[in-house]
Design a protein around this ligand. Structure first.
Ligand SMILES: C[S@@+](CC[C@H](N)C(=O)[O-])C[C@H]1O[C@@H](n2cnc3c(N)ncnc32)[C@H](O)[C@@H]1O
Length: 248
């Protein structure tokens, strides 16, 4: 199944939990510099589209396109690997929380580089062998996440493909965008079906691992085991869980 087809299947309730997180948006918009024209690739429902600039969106899923708010940037039905634009036709191209869904991430990033003078990508670092152990949810409850990474290019390979530098992105404890790692200090959130339906990881690992992970987490929250294991998180306002910006 392509990434667009996946979102035609799972994307209908995306906006219940997924929206622009202002502190991450500020970092992304700063990285866009003085770009006037911006292409948003894998744009989904329009989160993080910068105000005050001329934005064109690209999104392959009809279900996601249909949820873009009235007045959102115009959206073209296409995929990153074959962008229907002339060379260097945008000041900047951005892609957030989408590269891991692309059939060929390197080809998609090269396309962004072809059509824009600057590229900004929000993704995660999977090169570190300890990556899935950095976050308690994958380490203690959902190790199957590691299997989803098999055969995918590393962060270094993605950066090298477009000559990007890598910047860390911290996740605030009260992150407004409900992506997979967003609730690192609010573990009860993962017991909520609406939260899980907004994150493709749960659909991709399948119902068996999902049921087991939720059951174990619920038990550990009730017994105090989760709190014992994760004491160090309570005092943190932001966490470094491997999220990264690639910026050319
Ligand atoms: C997690 S959503 C992120 C949406 C939006 N960028 C955001 O930050 O909310 C991932 C999006 O990538 C899109 N996608 C999947 N495969 C794609 C591809 N090959 N090219 C462009 N977008 C793709 C999906 O349809 C989905 O809308």
């Amino acid at each position: 199944m392509s990434g667009g087809q996946l979102y035609d299947t799972i994307g209908a309730t995306y906006t219940v939990t997924r929206r622009t997180e202002p502190r991450i948006a500020a970092q992304v918009w700063a990285a866009l510099g003085d770009a006037r024209t911006v292409l948003n690739v894998g744009a989904g429902t329009g989160s993080y589209e910068p105000p005050g600039r001329d934005v064109i969106a690209v999104e392959p899923s009809a279900v996601m396109r249909a949820q873009r708010p009235a007045g959102a940037a115009p959206c073209v039905a296409a995929a990153a690997e074959s962008l229907p634009f002339e060379d260097q036709s945008f000041d900047a191209a951005m892609a957030l929380a989408t590269v891991h869904h692309w059939r060929d991430p390197i080809a998609g990033l090269r396309e962004m580089r072809r059509v824009a003078r600057r590229v900004v990508v929000f993704t995660h670092d999977t090169t570190d062998t300890g990556w899935h152990r950095r976050f308690w949810l994958t380490r203690d409850y959902l190790p199957e996440v590691a299997d989803l990474l098999a055969g995918r290019p590393s962060l270094t390979e993605l950066a090298r493909a477009i000559g990007a530098r890598i910047q860390p992105v911290l996740i605030p404890w009260d992150c407004a965008d409900g992506f997979f790692e967003a609730y690192w200090r609010r573990p009860e959130a993962y017991l909520d079906d609406h939260v899980r339906r907004g994150v493709s990881v749960w659909a991709r690992v399948g119902p068996g691992p999902e049921r087991r992970a939720v059951h174990s987490l619920r038990a550990d929250l009730a017994s105090g085991r989760w709190a014992d294991r994760n004491r160090d998180l309570v005092a943190l306002d932001a966490a470094e869980l491997g999220l990264r910006l690639l910026v050319t």
